[in-house]
Design a protein around this ligand. Structure first.
Ligand code: ZN
Length: 166
């Protein structure tokens, strides 16, 4: 699997936060980048750059090394982007989505669902009995709902996700 800009946008945007996408894209493909250069190139303050970088570090997609600046005499962090960890994060999150979908699929397959004709609410059989088969929103009768289409959609999505992580 290759780390593309699209993948970085998706993984970092979704799992770390949209505000971290730019710095991640900036670091991707570079080596040993000083935090001063990050700040300068992204036109942000050093404090802002550090805050973004440390957040990415917490998410395990970058590493840093402190180096003493020969001219200025103080320590500056130098950063590297970890392609392999972006892939791991991506695969882990896809795996979680797969597990969630499997749970939903089981729930759909093992239960009968009831709905009123206006589709204001959808409840399982036990809940429908409790409600005397009256919609809690509009009071009209709730009938068994054919969920084969829902099951089909979940199965399709599962198939897609499994192909993405394989
Ligand atoms: Zn209703």
């Amino acid at each position: 699997m290759k780390v593309t800009k699209k993948l970085i946008r998706e993984v970092i945007g979704e799992l770390v936060g949209p505000e971290y996408v730019d710095v991640a894209l900036y670091l991707h493909g570079k080596k040993d980048v000083s935090e001063l250069v990050v700040a300068k190139d992204l036109k942000i303050s050093i404090q802002e750059a550090r805050a973004l970088l440390y957040r990415l570090y917490e998410s395990n997609v970058v590493v840093f090394e402190r180096k003493r600046d020969k001219h200025k005499g103080w320590h500056i962090s130098h950063w590297d982007f970890l392609d392999a960890n972006v892939i791991k994060l991506y695969q882990r999150s896809q795996q979680e989505k797969i597990e969630e979908l499997k749970t939903r699929l089981e729930r759909e397959q093992q239960n009968e669902f009831y709905m009123c004709k206006y589709a204001c609410s959808r409840v399982e059989f036990d809940k429908a009995i409790e409600l005397n088969f009256k919609c809690p929103e509009c009071g009209t009768l709730m009938n068994p709902q054919d969920n084969s289409r829902t099951i089909e959609v979940i199965n399709g999505r599962l198939k897609e996700l499994k192909e993405l992580v394989s």
